[in-house]
Design a protein around this ligand. Structure first.
Ligand SMILES: Nc1nc2c(ncn2[C@@H]2O[C@H](COP(=O)(O)OP(=O)(O)OP(=O)(O)O)[C@@H](O)[C@H]2O)c(=O)[nH]1
Ligand SMILES: [Mg+2]
Length: 339
């Protein structure tokens, strides 16, 4: 375990890492993911080499990539644990990753609390990786999508990506998976207010979770069914004829009721895409990802720019004092960057 912080910065042995990942060795998988998460220049070069070596065989059956989102506490981790156990029992190998926007600010992590997936985290057919704890959302997204490639090369044929349902992270995750599953609750007040319209547009499958009798008084199953019916009605207004209309089902991740049904809908969505549709979707995602990487890199160059650093304080003071209008200030900064 010399990778993390040994004083002797040994160069990365990419060939050894490739062999280890391909053999499905957990230690190698962990080190490979740490490598693709690293922002060190020499690591970035090694990571590129690694990913080129691990590139999937185009003739092989593609993995199943599913994003799972919903507000904090909706039951994503519990659902993933139950689904993961069911899938590994059925012979799949399941990788779990997280994109956590809060980790970008606080250094925390959605999956940091592994006890929430106590069974899956000791399951030999599963691999759980918490969200990288630092960086921009773009950086975390890059790390996550590359970690996905590592897991796939290691033989994980299902990859589940958990993300908290706040803002841009959902759109980011939707841009790197085949199917986007949105978990919601029956009792979040007005269904349509509780769920941002944007979510309804990116969700491929929706499940009203906690449809069980484990959460206090009331008939949660009946409430969940009513909520699912209302949502399905609302979705018909959003989606046109002939398009995939996201099915709305009910489930309980905690008691493993309806989870198989949710998975069946995920697979139905894949069938709807078809092999060509899936390939086209992934290709389009790669193009979007390319530009996201460029934007991310440009932002970092902007931050590192010596020219910008020279005028930044002065421009800031002038704008705050009302002496310089924003468009003129932006021109000054851009001119300083271009110098
Ligand atoms: N009744 C009931 N409770 C559940 C269910 N799933 C999760 N819970 C409970 O809800 C709480 C939150 O569950 P998590 O699985 O951690 O939720 P999460 O969406 O991953 O939460 P964050 O990662 O913090 O966003 C826990 O106390 C769970 O025991 C369910 O299907 N039914
Ligand atoms: Mg969670």
């Amino acid at each position: 375990m010399a990778a993390a912080g040994g004083p002797a910065r040994r160069p990365v042995d990419v060939a050894e890492l490739v062999a280890g990942v391909r053999a499905g060795r957990r230690g190698a998988v962990s080190r490979a993911i740490t490598l693709v998460e690293s922002s060190r220049t020499d690591h970035r070069a090694a990571a590129r080499e690694l990913l080129a070596e691990l590139a999937p065989d185009p003739a092989a059956r593609p993995s199943v990539r599913v994003g799972i989102s919903g507000v904090p506490g909706v039951g994503k981790s519990t659902f993933i644990e139950t689904l993961g156990e069911d899938l590994t029992e059925a012979g799949h190998r399941v990788g779990v990753l997280a994109v956590d926007p809060s980790s970008v600010r606080t250094g925390g992590s959605v999956l940091g609390d592994k006890t929430r997936m106590a069974r899956l985290s000791v399951n030999p057919a599963a691999y759980i990786r918490p969200s990288p704890a630092a960086g921009t959302l773009g950086g975390v997204a890059r790390a996550t999508s590359q970690a996905m490639l590592v897991l796939e090369a290691a033989g994980y044929d299902v990859v589940l990506v958990e993300t908290v349902g706040v803002g841009q992270s959902e759109v980011t995750v939707a841009g790197m998976v085949d199917t986007f599953l949105f978990l919601t609750l029956a009792r979040t007040g007005d269904q349509l207010q509780g769920i941002k319209k944007g979510i309804l547009e990116i969700a491929d499958v929706i499940a009203v979770n906690k449809a069980d009798d484990d959460g206090g008084p009331g008939d949660h199953r009946a409430e969940a069914r009513v909520a699912a019916r209302d949502l399905a009605g609302a979705l018909r207004l959003v989606h046109g004829r002939g398009e995939w209309a996201p099915p709305v089902v009910t489930c309980s991740g905690l008691t493993d009721v309806g989870v198989d049904e949710v998975w069946a809908r995920v697979l139905a969505h894949r069938d709807h895409l078809g092999a060509e549709g899936l390939a086209a979707k992934r290709a389009a995602q790669q193009l979007d990802f390319t530009w996201a990487l460029v934007r991310d890199e440009l932002e970092q160059r902007l931050r590192r720019s010596a020219g910008v650093a020279r005028v930044r304080d002065e421009v800031r003071a002038a704008v705050l004092a009302g002496e310089l209008a924003a468009p003129a200030a932006a021109d000054r900064l851009l001119a300083a960057y271009d110098d």
